[in-house]
Design a protein around this ligand. Sequence first.
Ligand code: GDP
Ligand code: FE
Ligand code: FE
Length: 197
Amino acid sequence: MSVLDYSAYPFTREQLVQNVKQRMSEKRFKHVLGVEKACIELAQRYGVNPTKASIAGLTHDYAKECSDKVFEQTIRNYNLDPQLLKWGNNILHGVVGQYIVKEELHLVDEAILHAIEVHTTGDKQMTTLEKVLYVADYIEENRVFPGVTKARELAKQDLDETVCFETKQTLSFLVEKKSPIYPKTLVTYNYYVALKQ
Ligand code: GDP
Ligand code: FE
Ligand code: FE
């Protein structure tokens, strides 16, 4: 992948890939490689640094298989809100996972760490890198669900429109399951739905 330049980071792409691979199931690792690929494609389309997009893709689910104990300890170490624990892994692996990535991979790039933080819920006024990761996670080539083809098409045309569509779909899916909605997911929905009216 000749567009990538890892020289400013404390690891090569190969080292990062190996490190990430050790932390997760084969299936999740395949997803991660798919997200990296989609991240690089979207980065090139929307003018984002492709190396940052590659690292964001490779690290975004780094903490997905961490135990509750690890999340509890990280919340204590960084004085984060203990109430976060009630949201479970789906929310914790990004919101708290960014600190685990920082510690274990020595990644200090705040733009990438923040993209990891919001990759599940989105946020209002995301940077293009954050939108790229949020959308890449949804449309990567291994994903199969209703609406994924539409999301892939939209992603070639309008990134904000895709963020809006993805958030609406996720919210509907969660409401249908009677899952609790993390407040930031609603913030994302309200922001992007107003932007695209
Ligand atoms: P993954 O890590 O690649 O599986 O994808 P994500 O990090 O985007 O999402 C992880 C899970 O969190 C998915 O099952 C989402 O549906 C779910 N999720 C996203 N937003 C919310 C929310 O506001 N509340 C809850 N309870 N789950 C959410
Ligand atoms: Fe995730
Ligand atoms: Fe993911």
